[in-house]
Write a protein that binds this ligand. Structure first.
Ligand SMILES: Nc1ncnc2c1ncn2[C@@H]1O[C@H](COP(=O)(O)OP(=O)(O)OP(=O)(O)O)[C@@H](O)[C@H]1O
Length: 212
């Protein structure tokens, strides 16, 4: 965990993965705390409303009441249900009064956290990168915003929306990952019984053996 926190302090983009109970939320809470102490404008988001609510309560129990509000990434920057093409959304963000709040969010944020990343499609990650770069007018990945992604790719995949041209491809093959330091957590903290921990790993990888 110390190496991840150091990378976060140094301003790297991070992708933190690992099975349930390996401490992804724990690390996120430490990172959020450090960003806040540094005076960074941090946005904490997740990919669904329910996971955002759960994340907020987990972060509060670890880092205390000062954690910022947690919302969905869609609500944070105006993605809605993914119906807009990239430049169409840029146009709305630049010119529609209805999108003022989203534009302000994008322009003021310095660090963006997205949890439950397995449910974010490649198309939406690329859209986020595009609109951040265009709206902030900074020709760097994500317009220079530090991005921290966390999740477990063996959990729920993205929901495809073929009507909007999104085939639901996971971000695992995204070329944007070249801009991330990727780290997989493997030590399970939530359980302590070795047999149970082994079973969790096997079930996650569809390798569970039936014992009769
Ligand atoms: N580095 C650590 N040292 C000791 N305990 C830890 C550590 N990291 C996490 N834990 C504990 O392990 C449990 C699971 O941690 P956490 O909820 O962060 O895992 P997670 O990977 O986010 O799980 P999930 O994918 O199910 O949300 C918690 O009770 C947490 O306090």
């Amino acid at each position: 965990m110390a190496s991840l926190l150091k990378k976060a302090d140094e301003g790297h983009n991070l992708l933190i993965t690992g099975p349930p109970g390996t401490g992804k939320t724990h690390v996120l809470a430490q990172i959020v705390e450090r960003f806040l102490i540094d005076g960074k404008q941090v946005a904490v988001t997740s990919t669904t409303g329910i996971s955002a609510t759960i994340l907020k309560s987990k972060l509060t129990s670890i880092a205390g009441p000062d954690v910022p509000p947690v919302t969905t990434i869609h609500r944070f920057c105006g993605l809605a249900d993914g119906r807009h093409q990239n430049e169409e959304l840029v146009d709305l963000l630049m010119h529609s009064e209805y999108y003022d709040g989203y534009r302000i969010n994008i322009c003021t944020v310095q660090a963006l956290i997205i949890d439950e990343i397995s449910m974010l499609s490649c198309k939406l990650l690329h859209q986020i990168e595009h609109i951040f770069r265009r709206i902030r007018r900074v020709e760097k990945p994500f317009g220079g915003v530090q991005v921290v992604l966390a999740g477990d790719f063996l959990q729920l995949p993205p929901v495809p929306t073929p009507e909007y041209g999104d085939d639901g491809q996971s971000i695992t093959e995204s070329i944007l990952l070249q801009y991330f330091h990727c780290e997989q957590l493997s030590e399970i903290f939530r359980q302590s019984e070795p047999d149970l921990i082994q079973a969790i790993h096997e079930i996650a990888r569809y390798q569970c053996q039936l014992i009769v």
